[in-house]
Design a protein around this ligand. Structure first.
Ligand code: SAM
Ligand code: SF4
Ligand code: SF4
Length: 374
């Protein structure tokens, strides 16, 4: 155990001479990949470390005391992250999501948020900056995050029952602390708040209705609960199809307790299908990554903790942008490489998986979720 699960660097990029690429353009004139998908959303993993050991993400047996996380000098600095984010913006990125690992474990994260909050879109607007967290440190940090410029937050919460929650985070962390973190985020004005529940059949699927009831009663319409199908990310989480509860079943079970009606999508590339309670009690979302692939609209790029650019959650390889940052490449050169990489993107893993290919990947070991960010 303790083996570091780090992908190879794509030498094509590390050694490429930056050039102005021939690119497809989306209808709005912005960059598009080979399937015509624009780049809109950049997810930035700020640490590969986490204080939880959710079995579907960082199982204890693999991520044990001997596991070698990235050494500090490997991590992109706040300046490097901000420079890259600035270079992504003209290519269409309007939304930044900080993730990990557990992003609130990265020291001084508020400083990074304040730096990112200075960036502007070509139209002069601030970027939409958000964060995904396990909520364990949120009670302490919510107000400072908001003051630094964070707009909203997504909190992962897999059960309302304390015993089930402690078992799922596998470090005996109490659910009450996360619930207090969500309240603190609400008080701080981080809105809208989303809560993500990964549903594993036989583990926490009986928590769907109790959690939904709790969110309705305690947090009201300002908090959107979303149910995510357990995904086959990485190579260590022991994924099995029979542990996936299809979103259609989630909607059916919820609808029996609280009648639901479908809502329209608000933005292209939105991963969640939205439903609202007929009684006006708010909305929920389901993310059907396994049973209903949404690759066709996937407009996300992911920047790993050490500066590799991944074009798909299920990729095996990233493109090493840190080598360019630390190799004195100019802004124009890095920007051209980013455009080149996105312009060549053809990833659609989930779609191919639904097409019955056993493993539509390259056969190489897939990158782990805590490293690339969810
Ligand atoms: N530590 C933070 C957290 O848990 O919110 C941020 C990183 S975590 C990797 C991001 C999101 O990925 C979380 O909402 C988590 O539940 C989700 N996730 C991790 N592994 C998953 C899996 N195998 N299937 C579905 N979602 C997963
Ligand atoms: Fe940590 Fe988030 Fe992964 Fe759970 S899902 S182990 S909280 S990174
Ligand atoms: Fe996007 Fe890859 Fe997920 Fe498809 S499988 S939606 S391309 S991240």
């Amino acid at each position: 155990m303790g083996e570091s699960v780090i992908p190879l660097v794509d030498q094509r990029v590390a050694s490429s001479v930056p050039r102005i690429p021939q690119l497809l353009a989306a209808p709005d004139g912005l960059l598009a990949d080979t399937l015509g998908r624009p780049l809109h959303d950049l997810r930035i993993s700020v640490t590969d470390r986490c204080n939880f050991r959710c079995s579907y993400c960082m199982p204890k047996e693999v991520f044990d005391k001997t596991y070698q996380f990235l050494p500090q000098p490997s991590l992109l600095s706040f300046e490097e992250i901000t420079r890259l984010a600035r270079l992504f913006v003209p290519h269409g990125v309007h939304k930044l999501r900080l993730t990990g690992g557990e992003p609130l474990l990265r020291k001084g994260l508020e400083t990074l948020i304040a730096m990112l909050a200075e960036l502007r879109t070509p139209a002069g607007n601030p970027l939409d900056i958000t964060l995904t967290t396990n909520g364990s440190l949120l009670e302490r940090k919510a107000a400072a995050l908001k003051s630094a410029g964070l707009k909203r937050v997504t909190v992962s919460l897999d059960a309302l029952d304390d015993g089930i929650f402690r078992a799922m985070n596998d470090v005996d962390f109490p659910v009450s602390d996360v619930l207090r973190g969500i309240e603190a985020a609400q008080r701080a004005g981080l809105a809208p708040i989303k809560i993500n529940m990964v549903v594993k059949r036989g583990t926490n699927d009986h928590e769907i209705v109790p959690l939904a009831r709790h969110v309705r009663e305690r947090f009201g319409t300002g908090v959107v609960l979303r149910f995510i199908e357990f995904m086959d990310v990485g190579a260590t989480n022991g994924w099995r199809m029979d542990a996936v509860l299809p979103s259609a079943d989630v909607v059916q079970r919820l609808g029996e307790a609280f009648p639901l009606e479908p809502m329209d999508a608000t933005a292209p590339g939105e991963t969640a299908q939205r439903w609202r309670y007929v009684d006006g009690g708010g909305e929920i979302g389901v993310i059907s990554s396994v049973t209903q692939a949404f690759c066709r609209d996937c407009n996300r790029a992911r920047l790993s903790t050490e500066g590799k650019l991944f074009l798909c959650l299920f990729a095996s390889r990233g493109h090493d942008l840190r080598a360019l940052l630390r190799g004195d490449a100019s802004d124009a050169q890095i920007s051209a490489v980013i455009g080149d990489i996105w312009g060549g993107r053809n990833d659609r893993y989930s779609e191919l998986r639904s097409g019955q290919q056993a493993d539509p990947g390259s056969g190489e070991r897939r990158v782990e979720m805590h490293y690339i960010g969810g």
